[in-house]
Design a protein. Structure first.
Length: 130
């Protein structure tokens, strides 16, 4: 594919449409979704997006990977700017799709887990009550 064709296909508008289609299918990006691990449903979702965007499933996967990488870089840059105190002056330099992809902000946050010591203490209290 020629560079001009690729640039046209992935214009900012088409990229935003792609992101919206991805966002509408949380089973593709939300690990807490019940269908997240269902490969068939995920494949069907990518096929739907591919049919709408007139691209292959493989190209969908590649675009998602690229968007996630870019979002992670921009998020890191934004956090570093806040730490350095330069946040307000550099905020204008943020990637065009950053806000649109903000739904992924908490995607990789660890889930709350209980400490095993906490469980043992609770069990000991319950045993002592009965």
């Amino acid at each position: 594919m020629a560079t001009s064709e690729c640039t046209e296909k992935w214009s900012n508008v088409n990229t935003c449409i792609f992101i919206d289609l991805y966002k509408e299918r949380p089973y593709l990006w939300n690990p807490k979704h019940l269908q997240y691990k269902n490969k068939l449903i995920r494949f069907d979702g990518l096929t739907e997006i591919g049919n709408i965007m007139k691209i292959s499933v493989e190209e969908c996967e590649k675009k998602i990977k690229n968007l996630l990488s870019q979002y992670a870089r921009e998020k890191k840059r934004n956090q570093e700017n806040k730490k350095s105190g330069a946040g307000a002056s550099t905020a204008k330099n943020i990637w065009f799709a950053y806000e649109q992809m903000h739904f992924l902000q908490d995607r990789n946050k660890p889930m709350h887990t209980r400490d095993t010591g906490e469980e043992e203490t609770t069990s000991a209290v319950l045993v002592s009550i009965f």
